[in-house]
Design a protein around this ligand. Structure first.
Ligand code: NOJ
Length: 998
């Protein structure tokens, strides 16, 4: 067969195999289980204190701002570790354990850290013969000596010397975290290959012609180009060996399926146990398609949660299997001690076991062996977690609460927050694999306009490239001949064109990206470190840029000069980075072999989980450097790691058009949101297959409308289902769902701003604000959008009534049902009838939400429209009360700065409404056209409503029109104040409602 014929056949086979998703779901045999991973086995089988770590207290000393000391294994004098403790400016502690004089350095994920992160002096506050301790915790202004909230700072970290253990106490002296209390700390010292036992020597199987696989892991061809080779499955007894006793477990080369991982450095895994004795609930460690409150794992239950970025085809729900991204961050929540966050900063493959007391079997009796350091009441309660990674450091960040918001502050300090998004990206997006021509894109654009459904972005999948070659940064000269004009037409309506750019670079001479990559030596290398690695992905034979190298990232960034791509300096196209786990069809577990080489000799295993992160970092740097004259960058990624939020939004990959996949979106997105990655969404409608009914599609749009990233997408084999293609009731309900989101645009934008500044996610579990309310701890089908809105999406088929839990305390917390206009006290479950048109939403009493009710084609066209303030009054010691805020800016700058932005604080108190700016700027895009108070006490009659431009100055006051609806059963009525004419007095104004004496 000629090479060309080969490529076409392969492409055909790839296309057909992805056209026909199997009915059976994920093929588990393509992905490693813990049984098949030797380091997972070794760590799971690690006996308590198998390595007897002792901290030599005599070595504890200040090292600049930090404190360092030495750890030794009392069973093996040869291995010495350096423990380094650092204190962030805001008061989180980093506990880093590295090897002293290692023969091979261990990778530290520096790129992942927020570049603005700084540290302050950490001091030993107490030292005895057995232990030493430190204080830490939140300090709102790190420069101040007198801190605002001394209580919050009173966390104490105590290090016990023998055995080495760490304990965190809160301000009341309660133990909230224990580290290594079960003695599972493991630090594998790499042995030179020469000194390894013969049974441990790596296997270099004879290279054979390999099979190639598609994304689903299905063989796509029998033949393979001669120059792509990989090792043979020469060791059939591997699994047996893994299952044999601990000492026999092979540490060097490991076979999986037909792949041999050569592991020249042998065992380098690290692990430790972290116990939350007061918490029954732990959350985080995305990405898994599982419950929000994490489940127990353990050898008797199944695999640990796995973090290993992979392209998984038809993923399974309620599973600890790895998905596309990883954030090794966990939050624990306890009624008695509040919230605590732990980050395990390690980008190599990581597994996490979680056990509660009742599921402990593996280490029964262990707790009794633990020194008296841990009192018996703490030993058996709460959740135990056990973390282990294939290589790298033990790099633990302790982020104390007790409030969830405080933990979020630390996460934001260490890993950064989202950039301000371009406004359009907060609207509705329409994607499909693929819109095949520019005309088709314009049809979608027209379709939405004609059906009067708002839309902000149209997406191009991989087929826009020249000849559908998947040569990124190229356009097909026929189907996308006028791509710049196409993008500009969309931009003129406030819409955007977004194009996919994947990391696999087609191996084809004459393709400039490939030629440059070769000439400049930019590709990831094979296991020898000498030759560029070649694998298989959409374009056929491909190369992968080594984004770990700053040189490669700089080169990649230049490709986002709009003069190069899309091809005109003034044309705006945003970017979708997909397949960046990286997905390698010909690789083990559909990804890159672990023994590939990156810059400075790092193995791929050292950095695997941050490959996608590094790609988006390079893309972001390109867009911000070369495109700042046009708009803020927007990037969507499939793969992510800690810190990805600084560069991109993420979505949950290839879900299915099924009810259970709609349902899992909420826990999956909540998990990402609390882990520092708040700009997230799931394919609306489901990627694979067709929704069984219009009902599913409608419910999915209604749910997606209240999730941060709102994009409909479908596989090329699925029927077209763009909203405008429907008629009658379906069209109306899809239009209503999407339009409803747009009415909340100023609220969304203000929430994005809050997240940009503080890290607070837009989508929040109820316990973020009602942390005392234990009934919220395992809620995962309703959540808060910001502080003010309770969202209860309908996620089941044929629903005619819903049960909603309204969190809080009766008399203190109340919720206003925006559908039936009834007020309910907090702390109760209610049942409500719903129809297909119902989108259950509740506004918290005591809040003000800015909205824009005019329906426009896009968010950008709407953002300068007049604003309505939706007020639900609360009660503050007998006085009516409500609070909200509105953030506005010029929509262009990357960072929100006070010169070009304005944050309005809106306060209602005792019949006065004040608007006060918190910044110097006085940006107003539109007037306030309406103020709605939903629950005005009907017996309180109004004499007049007047508005004054400044505090206490009524000389120029005006009397306003208002309308009071007839009272409802609960004695309230809706008060609507029309045209308060405040456009020029936005800076400080005050509105006074004068009531008649009863
Ligand atoms: C996989 C992505 O998850 C999917 O959204 C996309 O359509 C295909 N790759 C093709 O690019």
């Amino acid at each position: 067969m000629t090479p060309n014929m080969f490529s076409y056949l392969s492409l055909f086979l790839i296309m057909t195999s992805t056209l026909l998703p199997s009915a059976s779901g994920v093929d588990k045999s393509k992905f490693k289980s813990c049984e098949q991973s030797s380091f997972c086995q070794r760590n799971r089988k690690h006996q308590p204190h198998e390595q007897k770590w002792a901290l030599d207290l005599s070595t504890i000393r200040q090292d600049g701002l930090d404190v360092v000391g030495l750890l030794a294994d009392q069973n093996d004098e040869n291995i010495k570790l350096v423990l380094k403790l650092s204190l962030t400016q805001k008061g989180a502690i980093r506990m880093k354990i590295d090897q002293m004089n290692p023969s091979r350095n261990r990778f530290e994920a520096r790129e992942s850290l927020n570049p603005t992160l700084t540290f302050k002096q950490l001091k030993v506050i107490e030292k005895t013969d057995e232990r030493c301790s430190f204080s830490f915790g939140y300090s709102s202004d790190p420069k101040k000596d007198q801190r605002d909230n001394p209580k919050a700072e009173e966390y104490k970290l105590i290090l016990n010397a023998v055995p080495f253990q760490a304990e965190v106490l809160n301000a009341e002296g309660k133990t909230v975290v224990l580290i290594n209390s079960r003695g599972l700390m493991r630090f594998e010292d790499h042995k030179d290959i020469q000194t390894a036992a013969p049974s441990e020597q790596p296997l270099y199987g004879a290279p054979v012609k390999a099979q190639a696989y598609d994304e689903a892991g299905k063989p796509i061809n029998e033949e393979y180009p001669d120059d792509i080779e990989r090792a043979s499955p020469s060791d059939q007894s591997e699994t047996q060996q893994l299952e044999s006793s601990n000492s026999e477990i092979r540490s060097y080369s490991e076979t999986f399926s037909t792949f041999v991982d050569q592991r020249p450095y042998g065992p380098m895994s690290v692990g430790i146990d972290i116990h939350f004795p007061t918490s029954d609930h732990v959350y985080g460690i995305p990405e898994h398609a599982d419950s929000f409150s994490l489940k127990d794992t353990g050898p008797n239950i199944g695999d640990p949660y796995r973090l290993y970025n992979v392209d998984i085809f038809e993923y399974e729900l309620h599973s600890p299997m790895a998905l596309y991204g990883s954030i090794p961050f966990m939050m624990s929540q306890s009624k008695t001690t509040g919230t605590f966050g732990v980050f395990w900063l390690n980008p190599s493959e990581t597994w996490i076991d979680i056990e509660s007391n009742h599921s402990q079997t593996r280490n029964a009796g262990v707790v009794d062996m633990i020194s008296s350091f841990v009192s018996s009441d703490k030993k058996m309660t709460g959740r135990f977690t056990h973390w282990f990674s294939e290589t790298g450091l033990i790099d633990i960040w302790l982020m104390p609460g007790p409030e969830p918001a405080t933990v979020v502050t630390f996460n934001a300090e260490v890993f950064g927050t989202i950039p301000m998004p371009p406004v359009y990206s907060t609207g509705f997006h329409q994607c499909r694999w693929n819109y095949y021509t520019g005309d088709e894109v314009m049809q979608v654009d027209r379709g939405y306009d004609e059906a009067e459904v708002p839309l902000d972005a149209i997406w191009l999948d991989i087929e826009y490239t020249v000849g559908r070659s998947k040569k990124y940064f190229t356009w097909d000269p026929v189907t996308f001949a006028n791509h710049n004009q196409l993008a500009n037409n969309l931009s003129s309506k406030g819409r955007r064109l977004i194009a996919i750019i994947d990391p696999h670079i087609k191996k084809e001479e004459g393709y400039d990206i490939y030629d440059e990559g070769n000439a400049m030596d930019l590709w990831v290398k094979d296991a020898t470190g000498r030759n560029s690695y070649e694998g298989w992905c959409w374009p056929g034979a491909s190369m992968w840029p080594d984004y770990l190298s700053p040189k490669v990232r700089e080169w990649w960034a230049t490709k986002f000069d709009p003069a190069y791509f899309p091809g005109d300096r003034n044309t705006l196209v945003d970017i979708w980075n997909d397949m960046n786990e990286p997905s390698v069809f010909s690789g083990p577990e559909v990804t890159a072999p672990r023994d590939l080489r990156h810059v400075d000799g790092w193995e791929h295993r050292d950095i695997h989980n941050m490959y996608g992160f590094l790609m988006t970092k390079a893309t972001f740097e390109g867009l911000s450097k070369y495109r700042s004259h046009l708009d803020r960058p927007f990037i969507l990624t499939r793969s992510f790691f800690a810190g990805s939020q600084r560069y991109c939004a993420a979505w949950t990959g290839d879900n299915q058009a099924r009810w259970d996949h709609l349902k899992i979106t909420v826990p999956m997105l909540l998990t990402l949101s609390i882990s520092g990655m708040p700009f997230v969404g799931a394919d609306v409608g489901g990627f694979f297959n067709n929704p069984e009914s219009d009902e599913l599609l409608i419910r999915w749009h209604q749910a997606g409308a209240f999730q941060p990233f709102f994009r409909a997408h479908a596989h090329h084999d699925a029927r077209h289902r763009e909203a405008y293609l429907f008629q009658g009731q379906t069209l109306e309900l899809l239009r209503n769902a999407i339009s409803l989101r747009y009415t909340y645009s100023p609220y969304w934008y203000s929430l994005f701003f809050e997240s940009h500044i503080t890290g607070m996610p837009m989508m929040r579990p109820h316990w973020f604000h009602e942390s005392y309310d234990e009934r919220t701890y395992d809620l995962e089908d309703q959540y808060l959008l910001g502080y003010a809105l309770l969202v209860k999406p309908i996620l089941d088929k044929g629903v005619s009534s819903i049960d909603v839990y309204l969190p809080g305390v009766s008399g203190q917390t109340a919720w206003f049902d925006l559908n039936n206009r009834a007020m309910y006290q907090g702390g109760q479950s209610i049942s409500l009838p719903v129809g297909l048109s119902t989108v259950p939403l509740f506004q918290r009493a005591g809040t003000i939400i800015p909205r824009q009710y005019r329906i426009r084609r896009s968010v950008e066209l709407l953002m300068r429209d007049p604003i309505t303030l939706d007020i639900v009054l609360g009660d503050n010691q007998g006085k009516s009360y409500a609070h909200g805020s509105l953030y506005v800016d010029e929509f262009k700058k990357l960072e929100a700065d006070t010169d070009s932005a304005s944050l309005k604080d809106i306060l209602y108190y005792d019949d006065f409404l004040y608007v006060k700016p918190s910044t110097n700027a006085d940006i107003v895009h539109g007037t306030i056209e309406r103020i709605i108070i939903y629950n005005w006490p009907a017996n309180k009659r109004i004499k007049s409503i007047i508005v004054a431009p400044e505090d206490n100055n009524y000389t120029n006051s005006q009397t306003l029109n208002f309308k009071l609806e007839s009272p409802r059963q609960d004695g309230t009525s809706l008060l609507e104040i029309r045209k308060p004419q405040l456009s020029n007095q936005w800076k400080i104004w005050m509105l006074k409602i004068e009531a008649l004496n009863p």
